[in-house]
Design a protein around this ligand. Structure first.
Ligand SMILES: [Zn+2]
Length: 315
């Protein structure tokens, strides 16, 4: 019934021009499938409506787009509220850092912020899918099952996003950058904020080694000595090439090379050809401080994940 009705109305459109076309669409929005109103004029035709009445009925293009735009408006309202949550997290994080640097509560605020930012991104994905469907409606006219089409596509994209690691989700996120940068600047006057990966745990899909080698501008910074392969101990830097080492390890490396060849030692960093003497090595307490912070954070994370696992076991 619905299909012949649709065919009938489309043939009427062809013969009756634009005005009839829009009247016809308005009528079909109100009475989707009923074509027998002449037979029982006393009945309210809406009394026959049910969910089944609407299923698989091609909604008119205008009606479908209207419904989709209404959903988008609701998403925008939710997004506005989430943005207020982001602002609050930024203010709270800064206030905590001012009151007590590196306060553990900042990480609690950070977790809340991640949740809010995930919700914001999911909304953006859903809005994007609605745009896609509206475009297709505009190009193809009537479509059956617009709602199901939207849900299937949105669900797939949302799942793809939510299964990503924290690092993949937020390393380039502007709101998260503002959060970390604002907190950083409270206690670091002349020091650029490190890349966000510093605070984002590496997930299974993130590149190996990206935990200890983070990009700062164009140079890679590592917190591990190229000789011992462990975290720096008594970190020092070569004034010739800016590579870092553990002090005892690089001094021994230079002494061994000097004994055998009576010259300096080649920098142990792969691809670096500088020849170093002890005079080129300077202690770098700032690098040591950052290494300690990184090491502490990594240990804390491991302890947390062990604690979480045993919690699940008990359950
Ligand atoms: Zn070097």
């Amino acid at each position: 019934m619905s299909r012949s009705n649709a065919a009938a109305s489309s043939s009427r459109r062809q013969t009756n021009g634009t005005q009839q076309h829009s009247d016809d669409e308005a009528e079909r929005q109100v009475k989707p499938t009923l074509d027998d109103e002449d037979d029982d004029e006393d009945d309210d035709p809406r009394s026959h409506w049910s969910r089944a009445t609407f299923e698989d009925v091609p909604m008119s293009k205008a009606a479908s787009i209207k419904v989709l735009r209404e959903i988008q408006d609701k998403f925008n309202q939710v997004a506005d509220n989430l943005s207020k949550g982001v602002d609050l997290a930024l203010e709270t994080g800064k206030a905590l850092e001012e009151a007590s640097p590196d306060d553990e509560l900042i990480e609690e605020v950070e977790k809340n912020l991640w949740t809010i930012l995930e919700q914001k991104e999911v909304l953006e994905i859903q809005k994007g899918v609605i745009d896609e469907v509206i475009n297709e409606l505009t190009n193809h006219g009537e479509m059956v099952g617009v709602e199901a089409l939207y849900h299937t596509r949105a669900e797939k994209k949302v799942n793809e996003y939510t299964s990503k690691s924290l690092r993949a989700k937020f390393k380039d996120n502007e709101d998260y950058r503002n959060f970390r940068q604002d907190i950083w600047e409270v206690n670091h006057d002349n020091e650029a904020c490190p890349p966000l990966s510093r605070w984002l745990p590496r997930g299974d899909d993130d590149e190996e080694g990206s935990d200890d080698e983070i990009e700062m501008g164009q140079t890679l910074v590592t917190f591990r000595c190229p000789i011992t392969l462990h975290y720096f101990e008594d970190a020092c830097v070569s004034t010739l090439c800016n590579h870092h080492y553990s002090y005892a390890a690089i001094i021994m490396h230079i002494e061994q090379a000097s004994r055998s060849r009576n010259v300096g030692a080649k920098c142990p960093v792969a691809g670096c050809n500088k020849v170093l003497t002890k005079a080129d090595i300077k202690r770098d307490p700032d690098m040591q401080r950052r290494t300690d912070a990184r090491q502490k954070k990594t240990q804390q994370r491991e302890e947390d994940s062990i604690a979480n696992e045993s919690y699940i076991d008990i359950e």
